[in-house]
Structure formats: structure tokens, C-alpha cells
Design a protein around this ligand. Structure first.
Ligand code: PEP
Length: 251
């Protein structure tokens, strides 16, 4: 039985004050939820304040990115140690916006995932095809390369600490959601890829989130699919009531 995981990616949004207000509202709305893991990923600048706000609650903390080195002359970067120090449990790596705008590659995603795991942070490894790749019937090949690259050389134990987020790029922030059948098809491919790379047992246990315009009114049907173990939510996570409704759909 895989515990569903609903994570909110706040992207480049919220001042510290706004982040605390959003977190306080969310915490109250989801306080009674059980059987679902609830994660928020504020911008770096709000991590400390959100960490203090969620202390003792059923909401946990993620960062949106990490660098693989631990310290040194890497201006502007943030390490796993620093994120752990702030109370982060998860870190998102390889989000399509980072691949698209900041040159993230399968190799850098893998280096980040490994560094995070070494320090006890759980990576949420994002994969997803572009619209033109889907239209050219290349979805499976693209996902296979991203999954294989992202989890390369991870131990069995490390793999169990990873979450994979399937986020078709054409569905992110567009209001265009994959149908539950489209999501299930790719999630099942991802699970087979993990089975090939590790074992059936690991593949059965690893959690695979769907992301791409998940909203309160489409969450339940996506989450009902056999291989959909949660959601990575962008836009709707900036509204406490909407995000809480998605959490409830998973619990
Ligand atoms: C995301 O940022 O990971 C995402 C899925 O965004 P949205 O829900 O807004 O499509």
C-alpha cells in the first residue's frame, strides 16, 4: 500500500509574510487528514518561516531545488545540508521549468538527487515530455531517458526514498490536464522502468505523482488511477482551500 503524497510547488511566489499566511490557513484546513503525506515547497526565502509555522503539524517541507556540492565557491547555490538545517524533508529536482530555463539535464538531476539522498533529503524527481514529443509519439522514449538518467546508480534503499513526479510539460500551468487514462499509461511505464532498473518490489513501493493543472475538480479521478500515488500541484497550491481539497481527495 503506497501512501499518497500531495506536494505544493509554490514556484517563484510568496513573500515571507504571504507564505506564513498561506501555510497557517492550510495547516488548519488539513489538520484532520490522515493517510496522506502533505508537502509544501515554498521559495528558499520562505523556508525558515514556513518550517516554524508547520512545526508539530502534518504538513512537511520541501525545497524547489538544490545544488550537489555541500559548500564552497558556488555563488547563489544552496546545499542539501542547508536545506536539512531548515527542516526540509523533500527537495524537487528536475522540474521542467528548471530543465527549460536553467539548463537542468538528466545528469544534473541525478547529481542533485544523489547529493540530497546522501544528506537524508528525499528527492522528488520530475519527468515529463513536451507537447511536440507527445505528438511525435516520443513520450515513452523521453520518459525512459529521464527516469533512467534521474535514478542512475541509486541504491535500492535510496530509490525507496525517491518520489517520481510525472509532469507532462504541456499540462503545466496551461489548464490542460492529462486525462486519467493518459496519466495512468505513463505512470505504468515509469513503474516498469523502475522494475527494470531495480526490482518489481521496489517498483511496487515507489510513489509516482502526477502533476499538470491538478485542481480540486480533477484530482479525485486522477488519484483513483492504480499507479497515480499523489499529485505535484503548482497553481492550485497557492490557494489554501484548493490545495486542501486536493489533499482531501487523496486521503
Ligand atoms: C508544477 O509546477 O509542478 C505544476 C504542475 O503546475 P500547475 O499545477 O500549475 O500546472
Amino acid at each position: 500500500m503506497r501512501t499518497p503524497i500531495i506536494a505544493g510547488n509554490w514556484k517563484l511566489n510568496t513573500t515571507v509574510g504571504e507564505a506564513v499566511t498561506l501555510t497557517t490557513a492550510l495547516k488548519a484546513l488539513v489538520a484532520q487528514e490522515r493517510g496522506v503525506e502533505i508537502v509544501v515547497a515554498p521559495p528558499f526565502t520562505a523556508l525558515a518561516a514556513v518550517s516554524a509555522t508547520i512545526a508539530g503539524s502534518n504538513v512537511c517541507l520541501a525545497a524547489q531545488n538544490v545544488y550537489w556540492e555541500e559548500s564552497g565557491a558556488f555563488t547563489g547555490e544552496v546545499s542539501s545540508t542547508m536545506l536539512k538545517d531548515l527542516g526540509c524533508e523533500y527537495v524537487i529536482v528536475g522540474h521542467s521549468e528548471r530543465r527549460q530555463y536553467f539548463g537542468e539535464t538528466n545528469e544534473s538531476v541525478n547529481r542533485k538527487a544523489k547529493a540530497a539522498l546522501t544528506l537524508g533529503l528525499k528527492p522528488i524527481i520530475c519527468v515529463g515530455e513536451l507537447l511536440e514529443e507527445r505528438e511525435a509519439d516520443r513520450t515513452e522514449g523521453v520518459i525512459a531517458a529521464q527516469v533512467a538518467g534521474g535514478i542512475a546508480d541509486l541504491s535500492t534503499t535510496d530509490l525507496l526514498s525517491c518520489v517520481i513526479a510525472y509532469e507532462p510539460v504541456w499540462a503545466i500551468g496551461t489548464g490542460r490536464t492529462a486525462t486519467p487514462a493518459q496519466a495512468q499509461e505513463v505512470h505504468s511505464i515509469i513503474r516498469s522502468l523502475v522494475a527494470l532498473a531495480a526490482s518489481d518490489d521496489i517498483a511496487d513501493q515507489i510513489r509516482i505523482q502526477y502533476g499538470g493543472s491538478v485542481k480540486p475538480d480533477n484530482a479525485a479521478e486522477l488519484l483513483a488511477k492504480q499507479d497515480v500515488d499523489g499529485a505535484l500541484v503548482g497553481g492550485a497550491s497557492l490557494d489554501a482551500a484548493s490545495f486542501a481539497a486536493i489533499v482531501k481527495a487523496a486521503s
